[in-house]
Design a protein around this ligand. Structure first.
Ligand code: ZN
Length: 251
């Protein structure tokens, strides 16, 4: 099965549309959460995401925007965007966000993988460092866990020995680029497709991943999109200006 893995779209319709256009044919689309928050097109992005399939893990922004959690842990800019998002989503989409399940989520027919937003032990954990990844990999049986939340594309690989971070290498940020690696059978993995709608790894392009389970090949994607249009939507919605600026920086 070839699985399209999207995460952290954050209401950025321009980035989502460019990603779907660049994606190869796939059998199943899954979503690791934070469908909304920060961006200016929450209803449109929820609609487009729902049209791709029904496997979603909830993210912290989905919870806050739909009122499951409060925005107390958010910085003032993120909290302002959460308020705006809650006020600008249709009642139906708010109810849908509220009902999203907590990870880890299995994928039917694929015993070797699971889906989470933050980490398998805590849906809100930021998995940034090898030592944290190492502790998690030591304790899980599932060979491949797909996670989001940090907006940093890459994979932690480990087992007995040290855990290493595989960071995709690219050459030209003006183009669509891919980076692929094969999952080894003697290792376990924590794999982050990156953020579709608000990358924070210094690369402004939309990020996602395609995983082909029979060949165990994971392909990271980076896709240029109309970032100016996404920024203009944010400013027109009177969301904080910083949310527009950071899209151009990939931070
Ligand atoms: Zn996020």
């Amino acid at each position: 099965m070839r699985i399209l893995i999207l995460s952290d779209i954050h209401a950025n319709l321009q980035a989502l549309e460019a990603s779907l256009e660049a994606a190869p044919a796939y059998d199943l689309a899954v979503n690791l959460g934070d469908v909304v928050g920060y961006g200016a097109s929450p209803d449109e992005v929820v609609k487009a995401s729902r049209s791709l399939g029904n496997i979603f893990v909830r993210g912290n922004h989905d919870k806050a925007a739909s009122g499951i959690s409060d925005a107390r842990d958010f910085n003032p800019i993120a909290a302002a965007a959460i308020r705006w998002t809650g006020e600008n989503l249709s009642a139906e989409n708010l109810a849908w966000l509220k009902a999203l399940p907590q990870g880890p989520l299995p994928v039917e027919g694929e015993t070797g993988i699971q889906l989470v937003h933050g980490s398998p032990r805590d849906e809100d954990e930021y998995l940034m460092y090898e030592q944290d990844a190492h502790a998690i990999l030591a304790g899980i049986q599932v060979p491949a866990t797909f996670f989001g939340h940090t907006h940093v594309q890459g994979a932690f690989a480990g087992n007995e020995g040290p855990t290493r971070f595989i960071s995709p290498r690219y050459k030209d940020a003006r183009k669509i680029e891919t980076f692929e690696f094969e999952l080894q059978t003697d290792k376990k993995y924590l794999i982050n497709p990156g953020s579709v709608g608000q990358p924070r790894d210094g690369d402004w392009r939309a990020a996602f991943l395609v995983f082909d389970s029979p060949s165990r090949m994971a392909t990271f994607y980076r896709v240029p999109y109309d970032v100016k249009s996404a920024q203009q939507s944010i400013l027109a919605a009177k969301l904080p200006e910083r949310l527009a600026i950071r899209l151009g920086e990939g931070r």
